[in-house]
Each structure stands twice: as C-alpha cells, then as structure tokens.
Design a protein around this ligand. Sequence first.
Ligand code: ADP
Length: 526
Amino acid sequence: MLRMSLRFFTQTRTGELMSRLNNDVVGAQRAVTGTMVTIVSNLVTFISVLIVMLILDWRLTLLALAILPLFIFPARRVARKLRAIRRQSMELNAEMNASMNETLNVSGALLVKLFGREQYEIDKFASHAAQVRDIGVDSAVISQWFFLSLGIVSAIGTAAVYWAGGHLVLAGVFTIGTIVAFGAYLTQLYGPLISLTNAPVEFAQSMVSFERVFEALDIPIEIKESADAVSIDSVSGSITFDDVSFSYVEPEGQPAGLAEVTRLGWGADRGTLLRRGKQQNGKFQDSLAPIHQFALKNISFSISPGELVALVGPSGAGKTTITYLLPRLYDPTDGTVSIDGHDIKDLKLSALSEYIGMVTQDTYLFYDTIRANLLYSRNTASEIEMISAAKDANIHEFISELPDGYDTVVGERGYRLSGGERQRIAIARVILKNPQILVLDEATSHLDSLSEALIQEALQRVMRDRTSLVIAHRLSTVLAADKIIVMDKGHLVDVGSHSELLEKGGLYTSLYETQFNVSQVDEVLE
Ligand code: ADP
C-alpha cells in the first residue's frame, strides 16, 4: 500500500483502506484457518464412515446417499446469495469505518463541534449501524434456514434408511443389531455432510474478503522506478522543467482509488482490473472528475544550483502541482523534469527522496515525541545534530522549555502545538535531513507575526547553499529570490526578478499590489 501513488491516497478514504487491511484480511484468513480445517477433518470422517457403512450394507448406504443432491443444489444458491450479502456487508462496514475515521480525528471532531453537528453525526452513524444490523440479520436468517433444511433432509434420509432397513430386518436379510449400528453411523455420516455442504457457502463468503484484499493489491502501481534506474552519489541541484504538462486525470488503466474499484466490482471471470479498465474504452468509468483538464500546460524553466526560485500566482494557478512533480509524487503527463540533467524518471526513488526535502503548508506530525518526529527524516542523526537543527529552525528554545523537552508527545497530528511551532518542527526535520534541493510552501495563514518572523529567519538559514523552490507568500522571499516564476491557470506567464517583473506591469504587478503589499505592511509593523 505504501508503494501506491499520492493520487491513490487523495482518492481513497483512509477508513475504507483500513477496513480492507483489517476486516477483510481477517475474513480471508478465516477461509484458511476455519473453512479449510473443517473441510479436511469432515472429509476424513465422512470417507471413513462411508467405508464402514458400505461394508455393513451397500444397499442401505446407497439409499442414505440418494439424498445427496438435495444437499448440493440449495447450497449453491445459498452460497451465491450469502456471498452477495457478505460483499454488501463488508462495503457497509468499510463505509462506516471511513465515516468514523473522518469524524473521530481532531480535524473532523473540530468541525463537528464548530458546526454543532453532533446529532447529525449520531443519526448518520445510527443509520449506518442499522443497515449493518439488518444485513447481519438477513445473513443469519438465510444461514439458519439453510441449516434447518439440511437438518430436515438428513432426517428424511434417516427415516428412509430405517424404513428400508426395517423391511430388510423383517425379511430376515439382517439383524436388528445391524440396523441399530447403521443408524448410529448415519448420524456420523450426515453431520460431516452438513458441514461439508456448508463449507462452500462459507468459502464463498470468505472469497469476498479475498477479492476485496486483492482489489487493493491489484491496483497498478503508478509511480514506478524504471528497471535501469540509477542512483547518484551527489547532486549539485540544478532543476529543469522541459515543456511539462500535467493533468490530474488518472492515466489510462489507473483506477482513481478504492471507491472506484469497489463501484466497478471485481471478478476473476472478468480478468484483472487493468484489463477490465481497457474494456471500458481504456478509461475507468465515473472516475472523480478533475476540476480542470490540465493543471499545468507547457511549463519550461530551469534553476541553477543554489538558486532561490519563487513561485507566485493566484490560488489554483498550479504552484503546488509544480512542487509535486519534482519528488515524483505525480509524473508529468507530457514533458520531462530533470535534476542535474537526469530525467527524474531514470533516478532511483530513494535517491530522489534523499536529495529533495519538502516542507508543505499543512504540517503533519505523528503521535509521538518531538524527538521521534524530528529523527523521522534521518534516524541516524546524533543528539547534537538534532539540537543544532532545532536551533536553526528557531524551535530549540521552545522545546527546551517544555516539561519533557524533546520527549514531549505532540499529540494526534501534532495538534498539541501551535501552527507556527509545528511548522518550525517541520523545518527542523528537513534541516536534519539536509537535502540539496528544498521545496517549500510558505505558510502565512494562521501565524502571528512573531511566529512568522521566526519561521522566516529559519527558512532563510535553511535555504542557504541549497537549490530552493518556494511557493512564495511573502515579499521578503520574492525580493530575495534569484528568479520569480509567475503562474496563472496552469500556464507559466512570466519569469524574472522582482524589479524586472514590476517593470513589465503584468500579472506580477497586480499580485504585488494585492498579495505582497499586505505582507509588506506586516513587515513594517514588525
Ligand atoms: P496553487 O498551488 O497554485 O494554488 P494547485 O497546484 O494546488 O494550485 O492546483 C492547480 C489546479 O489543480 C487547481 O485548479 C486545483 O483545483 C487542481 N487540483 C489540485 N489538486 C488536485 C487533485 N488532487 N485532483 C484534481 N485536481 C487537483
């Protein structure tokens, strides 16, 4: 699952994935540990009893077996029905899981509280739970009817054997003792027979879990290392985008996410996901439609080693998308991205992640200590290196004042810290990694000016001697930038320095007047 692309994760509900990895794996496991064991042990009993019975009297044995079709025919129908129910039930469970997962995390819970939607969430949960319950009852009722009918069939078989046996005893063919022994064996025969009849039914239900696990495992891996990928010892940090276009529409044969895979259904009879995708005109139907066909169109630029390049443009211009292409979170639809002249598709993924450090706007921290979160980028770093990184990121002082210092647990997603503190930890994390290329999204929202100044200072320290690609929100960044790339609606509109671009009086000028001037006021105030 970790090899799946970012696209997969943006289009899959975490809870749905968790449900497959937990419930369905256990469901599939049951087929092996439960059903298979039942089949083997019952088969052994059935065959040995059958041999003894054949030795006792072959005519009565055949009579006892005459009802066999009555066992087999209903079993197939019941299996089909229960299999459909199991699929529905697993899907409902996954839906419930996903929904809980979205509601019961910090951000979800916050939203519920802020909008006073507790009752709505409770009702939603109750309605989901009711569906799960109803479907559970349906399945139990069908199973019980099935067992009941198997019981009746075996009772009929027993009656028939006693009836025929009685006649044979009266006719003096064999003794009452034989018929009593035969009767005892009969229960030993029908018991395993009932279990064996039920085994395919259980198996059919477990198959649903197998399918659901394989649906996830069979999704083609989108971002793959090429077979002859090279690893480079060091990079100087030059970056080139050559006529790069990119669309968030998933490439041919690539399902959008787990939800889509479920919607389309799966079946060994219909071949693999990929093949089925092709059957549908080479495109997975009803995929999550992209907002724009092209998020980037014919983008070309180059960055020299050590340069600071600022990306500016209105919201939705494609700035973030550009930063995603560099560490291969997505591959360009057209064109190439190169680092030091190597097409990044020819580089080992481990090399890419080694040389590129990224600080996103939305800082994610694990529920763990600050130390563990910092060392996540390089777990071999020494205590001194870690502290020095924290100092560079202007966060050491804050951490030292905490009661547990570096061993303070940051809470779920780092929510026990303020936005600015989290951001500085993220910066320290990337400093510790010490990548040659730094990609960062300057966050300015929800930060007070002191935090911002601390972050700004930390960032300037980080960017020194590295190639930096920054989504700029602050005037100081654009002023310091060697080159500013102006983006609009997926197009590269202009490239130049602050003064060059201002002189031209295009989009940059209006951005400067609206976006950057506001930050300038902040800076003056500071
Ligand atoms: P910016 O960072 O300049 O604000 P983005 O690069 O985030 O802009 O987005 C560029 C365009 O791509 C936007 O129109 C946005 O709606 C779209 N987009 C962003 N992420 C996705 C995604 N995962 N799937 C589909 N469309 C997306």
